[in-house]
Design a protein around this ligand. Structure first.
Ligand code: PGA
Length: 252
């Protein structure tokens, strides 16, 4: 039985006071059967970690570098995340794969980050997903398979326990368009098949796969009731304590 996991990806939102307030309001979510991880902006990570300490709610960084230290202006290392109270790191989010004027993150760099972060003792949520053009061209499985194989290359079987996959169709993120539960389940089952071929069926059955893209309290239950959907990565709706709590409740 895979334990459900709901992530709140706050993206570039909140200020110190609202971050602390939201994190404190979410403390009760840490005592249930569902694992809850909050991803605040780096500058509030320690405040949020302090606010949820002892509650069972986990905290993660929204990204990290592949090196521990060095001349990388504006970057944050996995070691720094750990040092600030993070247990998790979010890697390969489509907003980082796509944005930034041509220097979007490649799967091979994401692989280097993932390998380093796991080595430091962080758990990771690895995001994969297709664009609308790729889906319409019938390339969804090729894109997902390619992202998974490249991003997870060389990860040992023992370390896979610390990896969660987030399937986030790019066309569903922040758009209000959600994949239908059947569409999402199809992609999740495909992803589980790829994991099985990369390692083995036991690892495929153990690995948790979250769905992300316009998840809200009103659509969470149906998505989360699908066989291969083990949780959700929530953006916009994670900024409201009530909405986020209702999504976590739907996962239990
Ligand atoms: P959304 O974002 O819930 O606002 O669509 C999800 C994500 O980007 O992780």
């Amino acid at each position: 039985m895979r334990k459900s996991i709901i992530g709140g990806n706050w993206k570039m939102n909140m200020r110190a006071s609202s971050a602390k307030e939201l994190a404190s309001a979410l403390r009760p979510l840490g005592s249930g059967d569902c694992e809850v991880v909050l991803f605040p902006p780096f500058v509030y990570l320690k405040d949020v970690a302090d606010a949820v300490r002892g509650s069972g709610v986990h905290v993660g960084g929204q990204n990290c570098h592949s090196e521990p230290d060095g001349a990388f202006t504006g970057e944050i290392s996995a070691e720094m995340l750990k040092d600030s109270g993070a247990d998790y790191v979010l890697l390969g989010h489509s907003e980082r794969r796509a944005y930034h004027d041509g220097w979007g993150e490649s799967s091979s760099w994401i692989n280097a980050k993932l390998t380093h972060a796991l080595g430091v003792g962080l758990k990771a949520i690895l995001c994969v997903g297709e664009t609308i053009a790729e889906r319409e061209a019938g390339r969804t499985n090729d894109v997902l398979g390619g992202q998974l194989r490249q991003s997870l290359a060389g990860i040992s079987a023992e370390r896979t326990i610390d990896v969660v996959i987030a399937y986030e169709p790019v066309w569903a993120i922040g758009t209000g368009k959600t994949a239908t539960p059947q569409m999402a389940e199809g992609a999740h089952a495909f992803i589980r098949g790829v994991i099985g071929r990369m390692w083995d069926e036991g690892i495929a059955q153990q690995m948790r796969i979250q769905y992300g893209g316009s998840v809200k309290a009103s659509n969470a239950r149906e998505l989360l009731s699908q066989t291969d959907i083990d949780g959700a990565l929530v953006g916009g709706a994670s900024l409201s304590a009530d909405e986020f709590a209702a999504i976590v409740k739907a996962a239990k």
